[in-house]
Design a protein around this ligand. Sequence first.
Ligand SMILES: [Fe+2]
Ligand SMILES: [Fe+2]
Length: 171
Amino acid sequence: MNKLLESFLRSDHAGEVGAVYIYKGILTIAKDPELVEFSTRHLATEKEHLRKIEEVLSADKRSKLVGLWKIAGFLLGFLPALVSSKIVFATIEAVEAFVEEHYEDQLKYLRAQPNPDTSLIDLLQSCQDDEIEHKLESGHKKQLTPGFFLKIWIKIVGGGSAFAVKVAKVI
Ligand SMILES: [Fe+2]
Ligand SMILES: [Fe+2]
C-alpha cells in the first residue's frame, strides 16, 4: 500500500473512531426514545465501518491520536445531546455531509488509477452509501431551520472535521 493510500485510510479510521464515539456520547445522556433508537442503530453501523477499515489498516499504521479522536467524537455527540435531539440531528447531518465528500474525494482518486483497487473502492463505497443514508435521515429528523447559533455550530463542526482529517492524514 502506498503512502497516500495509507494516509487516506488513516483519516478514514480516525473518522470512524470519531463516529463510534459520537453515538456513545449521545447515548450517555439521551432520553428521547427516537434519538436513542437512531443512535443505537447508527452506532452499530459505525462499528461495522470501523471493523472493515481495521481489516485493511494494520494497528501500526493508524493515527497516533486515536485517544483525541475518541474525545472529540464523544463531545460532538454529548454536547448537542445536552441541548436537544434536533440539535443532535442537525450536527449529524453536518458531520455526514462532510464525510460523504471526504469519501467522495478518495473514491474519485481510486477510480482514476490505472489499475483501480476494486475491493478498496467497494469498501469505501459501502461506507459512503451508509453515511449518505445517515445524512438524509438526520436531515429529515431535525425538523428545524438553523438559527444564528446553530449555523455557527455547524461551521465549527465542518471546520473541525476538516482539520481533524488533515491531522489524521499525517499522524
Ligand atoms: Fe461511518
Ligand atoms: Fe455515519
